[in-house]
Design a protein around this ligand. Structure first.
Ligand code: WTA
Length: 631
């Protein structure tokens, strides 16, 4: 949905001189030039703002053969010490760390001292279940304070967490558990969505069947009023919490350059999701510095990011980045149109939100509900707008800016699960162009290239690559080093992002979408192969192909083409049945929007489905080179 023609010169928005003057990055061009001439000093300066029990000897040890970037070698420290203990020790214990607004309107406000206390208690419970440094814990919780606390508690113990989005189905959770093999799975009795009760525990129990590595299922009680019959290996958090009340809190575990912080599963080009491994110290440095400088954080800010900590945006820009910066974070459960389309605007008004980091799909949804909704609320408290996850089309860009006062900086940030931190972004002090995510974060060398890794001229479309290591870079793909290598060998000489973009004469990036078989539906990342694998587990479906089709609201929607088994042709499954099947296999976010039952799929002679041809046909475009087509 990104616009491909260059913006009109009048479509360039200049920051106010005051914003530039007050900004943490008043001279982007100068800072960027210096950071590239000497990236070492740039990152050293930022690392110095963090606290370690031992300082690093080497900032970066880059191995161009294995593509491993070891950051802060020799250092010891812990991200929760920097995100919690340090702030409390410096006298900010009474500052609000987390404001939580539940799906049903219930609210909770938690100070830094309380968040630390809860994190310690949770870590003692995990310890009681045998969790220590290097152990793995899967977290299957809705966006609630418990989810944030569970993540921090793992980090404090040096355990590796894998948060699984609570909207995933039992089968999707199971496949992640089978790969990750956590010792403990943390879940809740129920979740709520749009007022409906979702039996999360049931899903977790089913997913756990057969996942032998999971020795304990830890249940956080959300409902709290119904007595639970526990199965073997199941524990109620409330009971264990009481039993550890008198235990010594202990210090956060010292972590080094080679210690992972978490694994987060994301979609790639095969049917199997990949576990992106992020490292404790490097990730801390990257998320700390980007949050501080891009969102220009001040102590008086109330920062609202609409993501779910089940995705990377929630990891980096709800939990770790903002807490490292001592921010007050608003976490909202539920959807932006429940109970009505004023959900976000009313939260902004009530909590005096100053920074609103949203997504294109949310913005377009709110735009559909019209100007009257934002007008009903006093949202003059806002000072910065943000967007992430998919291209923000100029129409939505203009609307978002207009209904929020017409003068606020709109920070459209580009990054990925793999990068861990924002890589391309405007700053409050830089001119903005609607439809553009701005320019690279200082210290980041990102380029638009052809297949031989040569920079393409301004205005031309190419593939986005990252040429040099960055602190919060992922270290590997869990249990799959070959898949990690592929990122660095697809286009020799750089990290292959999977995105295409063009840059204008001023170096502004206009991202155009994925060039691989990954699609983005309402900002959620899905692999076409994952959807196809789910489809062919249906007893009547022989073959399947999935494509992303442009959609006004969601950016892309899923369209699938299925070929039935001969035995099923007389009683073909209905569209609803096929949709339901995918929902059960993967979750509601992967449900196909459109289904075509066809007699065959276009394939290459070697049997590979040509999704490109299906997509071109679907969109009425030329089908391109068909010389490899079998039939
Ligand atoms: C897309 C989300 C255009 C892109 C943080 C990328 C964007 C993928 C933007 C990563 C943006 C993210 N403009 N496209 N501002 N931000 N993307 O791993 O295709 O869920 O490769 O991380 O989202 O998705 P992921």
């Amino acid at each position: 949905m990104a616009e491909t023609s260059p913006p009109h010169p009048s479509d360039i928005f200049l920051p106010s001189p005051d914003a530039v003057h007050r900004s943490r990055v008043p001279d982007y061009d100068g800072l960027y030039a210096r950071s590239i001439a000497d990236p070492h000093s740039f990152w050293e300066e930022r690392a110095r703002l963090l606290s370690f029990t031992r300082r690093h000897e080497t900032l970066l040890d880059w191995n161009p053969v294995t593509f491993e970037g070891r950051w802060l070698v020799g250092a010891q420290g812990n991200i929760t010490h920097n995100a919690l203990d340090r702030h409390v020790a410096e006298g900010y214990g009474t500052k609000t760390a987390l404001i939580w607004s539940g799906d049903g309107g219930e609210e909770e406000s938690i100070t830094y001292a309380e968040l630390l206390e809860r994190t310690i208690r949770f870590s003692l419970v995990l310890k009681k279940l045998g969790v220590g440094k290097g152990d793995r814990v899967a977290i299957f919780l809705p966006p609630t304070p418990a989810q944030v606390v569970a993540m921090l508690a793992c980090a404090r113990l040096g355990a590796i967490h894998a948060v699984v989005f609570s909207g995933f189905s039992q089968a999707a959770l199971k496949s992640r558990l089978e790969d990750f093999e956590p010792r403990v799975l943390v879940t809740a009795d129920v979740a709520y969505r749009r007022g409906k009760t979702i039996p999360l525990l049931e899903t977790a129990r089913k997913a756990r069947e057969g996942a032998a590595a999971v020795t304990s299922l830890l249940i956080v009680e959300r409902k709290g009023d119904s007595p639970h019959t526990l199965l073997p290996g199941e524990h109620l958090f409330s009971e264990l919490r009481d039993s550890v009340r008198h235990e010594n809190p202990g210090d956060p575990e010292p972590m080094g350059a080679d210690d992972p912080l978490f694994v987060l599963y994301t979609s790639g080009t095969t049917g199997k999701p990949k576990g992106i491994v992020h490292m404790h110290l490097g990730y801390m440095l990257g998320t700390f510095a980007t949050t501080r400088e891009i969102f220009d954080l001040r102590d008086s800010d109330v920062y609202f990011c609409v993501a779910d900590p089940g995705w990377i945006t929630g990891h980096s820009y709800i939990v770790y980045g903002p807490l490292l910066n001592r921010a007050t974070v608003l976490l909202a459960e539920g959807t932006p149109d429940y109970p009505d389309a004023g959900r976000h605007w009313s939260l902004i008004e009530r909590h005096r939100v100053t920074i609103y980091y949203s997504t294109p799909t949310t913005i377009r949804l709110l735009m559909r509900f019209g100007d009257d909704w934002p007008k009903k609320f006093d949202i003059r408290c806002l000072r910065i707008l943000g967007s992430v996850g998919e291209p923000l089309n100029p129409e939505a860009w203009h609307w978002f800016r207009r209904v929020t006062g017409g003068h606020l900086p709109l920070i459209d940030t580009w990054w990925q699960t793999e990068t861990g931190m924002i890589m391309v972004t405007p700053f409050v002090s830089t001119p903005e162009k609607p439809g553009s995510a701005g320019r690279p974060f200082p210290g980041v060398q990102i380029d638009v290239v052809d297949a031989k890794c040569r920079t393409v001229p301004p205005g031309e479309t190419g593939t986005v690559v990252i040429r040099t290591p960055w602190p919060s870079m992922f270290r590997t793909v869990f249990r799959d080093p070959e898949r990690y290598r592929k990122y660095w060998t697809e286009i020799p000489g750089a990290f292959f992002s999977g995105d295409s973009a063009r840059r204008d004469e001023d170096g502004y990036f206009f991202f155009l979408g994925r060039v691989d078989d990954v699609i983005k539906v309402a900002g959620h990342r899905l692999g076409t192969a994952e959807i196809e694998s789910a489809l062919i587990t249906h007893p009547h479906i022989a073959e399947a192909a999935a494509i992303g089709k442009p959609h006004e609201l969601k950016g892309e929607i899923i369209k699938v083409f299925v070929v039935l088994h001969p035995h099923a042709e007389k009683t073909p499954p209905g569209h609803d049945e096929i949709k339901k099947h995918v929902r059960t296999e993967l979750g509601a976010i992967a449900e196909p929007h459109e289904i075509d039952i066809v007699v065959s799929l276009p394939k290459t002679r070697s049997g590979k489905i040509m999704r490109r041809v299906l997509k071109a046909r679907e969109m009425g475009l030329p089908e391109g080179d068909l010389s490899t087509l079998e039939d």
